[in-house]
Design a protein around this ligand. Structure first.
Ligand SMILES: [Zn+2]
Ligand SMILES: [Zn+2]
Length: 245
């Protein structure tokens, strides 16, 4: 019920079809007219108060700016409008209104102020330069992501194969125990390569790491540092091992 009451209230001031306006046929008395008349002073004040930044619409766009198709006249309206001259056809703004218009836009910054016309060739150059920089940045990003993924896989594989020795996730050389830098470490085929018939031929580096990871870390591999690995491939044992024998 409250809702209905509210509705009635909000509509009470509105004119409804068929109703007689409250002021129909009533004329204002001279005194009343005098009361409503704005003095020249008030008029001037009012108009000044709406100039430039003081105008509530200053800097704002009309609600329908740039919108199309909001108003679609009916066929009847179109017929009526046809052949009619626009109200302002052939009329020029008076000097007075020109002055007013220029005053009202005072303080506003023209859309093209401070902008110089850049030659087309220069615009093109700038655009190409921008695109080039973007491409390079993107390339760097892709490379970074790829490198970090590779590093991740290598770490996981080396970490798995040296788990027993290091007793942690930190990979280490199976011969000398080197564990400071991942870049010094590599995967070694414990036996000679020809014994690995399941492994595709000549896998090295990232391909070998990926293969081991994908095949659930098959046996026969160990982690060695570059020194131990290279010494081992020359002779049978790394000097570290020979000393122990
Ligand atoms: Zn080593
Ligand atoms: Zn060694």
């Amino acid at each position: 019920m409250i809702v209905a009451d509210k509705k009635r209230k909000s509509n009470s001031g509105r004119f409804k079809k068929g109703q007689t306006p409250w002021n129909k046929g009533k004329k204002l008395t001279k005194k009343q007219k005098e009361k409503f008349k704005r003095s020249e002073e008030t008029k001037r004040k009012l108009s000044e108060s709406k100039l430039g930044v003081k105008n509530p619409m200053f800097g704002k766009f009309p609600w329908n700016k740039g919108k199309k198709g909001i108003y679609t006249p009916t066929e009847e309206t179109k017929k009526k409008l046809r052949g009619r001259k626009p109200w302002n056809k052939g009329k020029n703004h008076s000097e007075e209104s020109k002055r007013k218009m220029s005053q009202s836009s005072k303080g506003q910054i023209a859309w093209n102020k401070g902008k110089t016309l850049v030659p087309l060739e220069e615009q093109r150059k700038k655009r190409l330069q921008y695109q080039k920089e973007r491409r390079e940045n993107k390339r760097d990003e892709i490379k970074k992501a790829r490198d970090s993924k590779r590093h991740e896989i290598k770490f996981e594989v080396l970490s798995h194969y040296s788990k027993k020795l290091s007793n942690s996730r930190i990979p280490c050389c199976n011969c000398c125990g080197e564990n400071q830098f991942l870049i010094f470490l590599t995967i070694d085929h414990i036996k000679s390569r020809k014994n690995y018939d399941k492994e595709p031929k000549n896998l090295v580096g990232k391909e070998l790491y990926r293969y081991l990871q994908k095949n659930n870390f098959p046996r026969g591999y160990q982690v060695l540092c570059m020194n131990c690995n290279s010494a081992k491939s020359d002779g049978e044992f790394c000097p570290h091992q020979r000393r122990n024998r």
